[in-house]
Design a protein around this ligand. Sequence first.
Ligand code: HEM
Length: 122
Amino acid sequence: MTYHDKNPVFKREIIEKVLSDYFANAINDPMIGYLFNGKDTKRLIAKETELTLGFFDQETRYTGRGLRQVHVPLKIKKGEFDRRLVLLRVAMEKNNLPENAIDAWLKHNEMAREIVLENLDC
Ligand code: HEM
């Protein structure tokens, strides 16, 4: 039995769909939308899909840049990080992910909190 048989939620197409829905909202969001001005949304979806899938299946390879390198220059604030988690949960719920999958995915994001917010004391 492969990983994907045991964990049907964390399939590429589901993760991609949730992230597409998340970004559709995030780029227009009054609080965090400005951070995505001029960014390539397709690339963001592709790289985040790889990163997320790789975390859960231990076999998909992440080919993006380092998270610290990409996020520290953006000077993301704590409240903005929290807002991302809210919008991500909305996208997961819209796609009917079960609560244990939502939990696992949000915990994965929490693990990246310090890297993404580095150098900020607020
Ligand atoms: C408030 C929270 C966050 C915001 C506003 C945000 C915003 C951004 C932006 C604007 C970029 C594009 C950077 C650039 O091309 O110059 C980016 C890239 C990326 N972010 Fe985030 N991010 C957040 C949190 C996270 C978290 C928690 C993760 C991982 C769990 C993540 C994963 C990624 C990945 C994989 C990329 C692509 C790197 C690449 O282009 O090679 N982000 N993010």
